[in-house]
Design a binder for this molecule. Structure first.
Ligand SMILES: [Zn+2]
Length: 405
């Protein structure tokens, strides 16, 4: 997959000609029409390539209606061209995949990390779901469009990228405790890219670094065939808040959740081995857990209980507890080193959030205190992927950390 940063429209024409494409389907929304599609159109009109534009409303959703609309409007098409950000790229990557047609993207904002991804986030039957799709053949970047995109989208992109700090820590934690497979090269690439972006806040190259970081995260997910390098406990919290219809951009929720998750890691750093050993005797109260799930996942609590009951029962298994605690004690120093290394940027992160005016408190994005407090116990039930929140659920120390917020 190529990423083109220079002369995007000329490069796009060369790409089209080189591959002999004769007809395009351009997918966009009314916001991206003026800022980017017109430049694509201008370039294409210099040739005799045929094109058709499907333009969605700015608040469209990647759902059955939008997918059906492409099906209704499509004519002979050699390649799909998605011009937009999250939703448009999801509609494009999924329909292109279904039609077995290649596609390229013109991102119009650095707002999320899915550009290079090979899966699409769709809303089917009203529920968010991730489905197999394909990766773009190329991404053409008009930096002028990115720099001039709405502030809120840039903040969201920054939050999503900073979420990699805790996503990577969760991955390392799971690797150390449960021998989960890890790809150290991928880990380092993602780490380098978030650090580069964090260190360039306020500088000329910041937006390029941000978009590059987001695209790279997507590429790394494809490389390991999993979202592990890009999504951990901060994403589980964000999904829980999405479930409760907290209305702000995904990346804003992820960025905020990252700050809270880092506080869990900080707590672990200060946890003595003797206290960890004491936790061998802890037992999850499964009745209280069920009551909490009923409160936290109102309409679908039954399926959440069904999916998690085995996992929660295992937390009370004596042998399992003993193995995990022994491993934690044995590896405490190496875990601490990884945490120290990652949370070294905490101060810079907070400064960056202040500079970019990104929310740093739950109430700023409309989360009430009740919902906030239950988030940290509910989030591990979103997905089985092991994270620091799963570890704290196991240790029975979640509330202790939440009370310090
Ligand atoms: Zn994300």
């Amino acid at each position: 997959m190529e990423i083109i940063w220079q002369e995007p429209y000329e490069s796009f024409l060369r790409f089209i000609n080189k591959n002999g494409y004769k007809s395009l389907l351009i997918i966009c929304d009314k916001n991206t029409l003026d800022v980017c599609v017109n430049k694509v159109r201008e370039a294409v009109e210099k040739t005799n390539i045929k094109y058709k534009i499907v333009c969605f409303e700015p608040d469209c959703v990647a759902d059955e209606y939008s997918l059906g609309r492409i099906l209704f409007e499509i004519e002979q098409t050699d390649i799909f061209v998605g011009v937009g950000s999250g939703t448009i790229s999801d509609i494009t990557r999924y329909t292109a995949y279904k039609f077995k047609t290649p596609f390229v993207l013109f991102p119009t904002a650095a707002s999320m990390d899915g550009f290079a991804s090979s899966v699409a986030a769709l809303t089917i039957n009203g529920l968010k779901t991730t489905v197999l799709a394909s990766s773009p053949a190329a991404i053409f970047v008009d930096m002028e469009v990115i720099v001039n995109s709405p502030e809120i989208l840039k903040k969201a992109g920054f939050g999503d990228l900073m979420g990699k700090i805790t996503a990577l820590l969760d991955w390392q934690l799971s690797h150390i405790i449960f021998d989960e497979m890890i790809d150290l090269e991928v880990l380092q690439i993602v780490k380098d890219t978030y650090l580069k972006t964090l260190k360039s806040v306020g500088e000329n190259h910041f937006y390029k670094n941000l978009l590059e970081g987001l695209i790279t995260s997507g590429l790394m997910m494809s490389r390991v065939n999993s979202s592990r390098p890009a999504s951990g406990s901060e994403h589980h919290l964000s999904h829980f808040w999405e479930y409760h219809k907290v209305k702000t951009y995904h990346g804003m929720k992820v960025g905020l959740a990252t700050l809270y998750v880092l506080r869990f890691y900080e707590h672990f750093l200060n946890l003595d081995k003797s206290r960890i050993i004491e936790r061998k005797e802890y037992k999850v109260d499964t009745k209280a857990w069920e009551d909490m799930i009923k409160r936290g996942f109102q309409p679908t609590f039954e399926s959440i209980i069904k999916q998690n009951i085995g996992r929660v029962n295992k937390l009370n298994d004596k042998e399992f507890r003993s193995n995990v605690i022994n491993r934690l004690v044995e590896k405490k120093e190496s875990i601490d080193d990884l945490i120290r290394d990652a949370i070294g940027v905490y101060g810079e992160l907070v400064d960056a959030y202040k500079k970019l005016k990104i929310p740093m408190n739950y109430w700023e994005i409309g989360i009430d205190e009740n919902l906030f407090k239950m988030s940290f116990m509910c989030a591990p039930n979103i997905r089985e992927r092991f994270t620091i929140l799963h570890l704290y659920e196991f240790l029975g120390l979640t509330d202790e950390v939440v009370q310090s917020f």
